[in-house]
Design a protein around this ligand. Sequence first.
Ligand code: CU
Length: 485
Amino acid sequence: MLSRRAFFLSAIATSAATTLARSQTEPRANVDTGGATQTVLRLERRGIEVNGKSASVYRISQPDGTAGIVTRSGARFRVRVENRIGEPSLIHWHGLTPPWQQDGVPGVSGPPIPAGESADYDFPLRFGGTFWMHSHQGLQEQLLMAAPLIIHDQRDRPDQQQVILMLADFSFTPPEEIFATLKKGSKMPPMAGTPSGRSAGMDGSKDAGMRMASAKPDLNDVKYDAFLANDRTLGDPEVVKIEPGGRVLLRIINSSSMSAFHIDLGELEGELIAVDGFEVVPVTGRRFPIAVAQRLDIRLAIPSAAASYPVLAVLEGENKQTGIVLRAGNASIVRIPDTAAMASSALTLDLERRLRAAAPLEPRKADRRHTLNLTGNMATYSWSLNNVAWTKETPPLPIAQGERVELLFVNQTPMPHPMHLHGHEFQVVEINDQQFSGAVRDTVLVPPGHRVVVAFDANNPGLWALHCHLLYHLDAGMFTTLRYV
Ligand SMILES: [Cu+2]
C-alpha cells in the first residue's frame, strides 16, 4: 500500500509544477503518517479588533489555535495546509530551502490551493532560526495571512525565555482598494526624475493623499490605520511576563506588507545574535533597524529588580510606533503612546555594514553575476527589475548548479526596496563597491541610489522567485525568477 508520504514523494518525482498532493479538507490535526507527525495548518478568516473597531482578517494556525509552527532543526517539515478561506491561497515558507515545488509561490512553484482543499509538504529542515510563513497569493498578506515559523537548534539555551514579536501594518481599507489608489496617478505626485545617486539627495515630494508627509527618501506609500505587534496596538499591548534577572531571546519578525521599523529597546541593551535566522558576530545596542520581511534575534539580560520594559517598533521616517511590554516581577504597566516624541529617520545600511556572518560562505570567486536594476515609476505606480515588470512570459535568469552566484542590486528609484531571494540563503558581500564578509540572510535592504551585492551557492535546483518584498511593488511586477533545473 502506498503511504501518503510515498505518494507525495513519487508525485514530486514524476511531475513538475503541479505536484502537491491534494486531499479534501477534514477536521483532524497532527495526522500520523507512518512514524512522523504531520502538523496541520489551517488558513481561516478571523475577527480582530483594532483601535476599537472590528476587522476581518486571516490566520494561519493549528487546530488548537497555535499560530504558525515551532519545530527543531534536523526534523522534517511535515505539514498539511488546509485552505478554509473560500478562495485560492498558497503559503510561502520564508527563508527555508525546500524543494522548489514546495516553495509556495503561485504560478512559479505550483498552482494555489483551491478553496476547500489542502496540500502536503515534506522536506528536511537544514538549519534553525527565526523564520516566518505568509501567503504569496494576491494581496492576502496585507490581511495578516502570516505566522511565525520558529526552528530551534543548538543555539537555544534552556535558561532563556523566548518572546516572539511579530510586526504588521494594518488598514481598514481593503488591499485591492489600497493598490487601486496607489495606481491612480492622480493621487500621487510624479516621481522626481531619476535618483541622483545618494539617498540624502532625494527630495521626497510630499502628498496629502495616500502618502504621509515623509522624510527623504520616499517612504511609506500607504497611510495605515494602525501598526500591530502580535496583533495589538499600544492602546492595549501584549504584556509578557518575564523573570527578573533572567534572560530573554526576542525573535522579531517584520511581517508588514510595506513598513520598516526601528526597534527601540528603551533602557535595555540588547545583543543582536542573528538576522533572518543566521548567526552574526553579536552587536550590542538599543536600536536596530528591521526592513520588511527581515528578522532579528536579540538577546536581553533582564535586571533583577521588578520593572516593565517596553519593546517598541517605530515606523521609519515617522513617529508612529507599536510594541509589546516585558514585565519582570510585579511591576506596574505604564501606558505608552502610539506616537514617539520625534519622527525617526529612514533606515540606512549602517548596521548592515557592521554585521559579520558567524559562518560566512567559503571564500570563492563568483562564477556568474546578474545585475538587477531596481526600476519604477511612481506616477503610474509601476515597479520593475531592469525595466521589466514581471509576467509569466518573462524569461528566468539563468544560473547553473554548483555555481557561486552574485546578484548586484542597483536601486535607481527614490524608494528603498527590501530584496528577497527564495530557496537559498545569501551573504551580503558588497555595499557601494566596498567588499566585506557581511551577514548571511534572505532579505536585504537596498536604499535609493545604493548598490548592494549578495552571493549565494546554487545548491537547490529549481525555479525560484527573486523580488522586492514590499507587497504592492511585488504585485506591480518588481519580481523575477532564477532557473536551474
Ligand atoms: Cu520595492
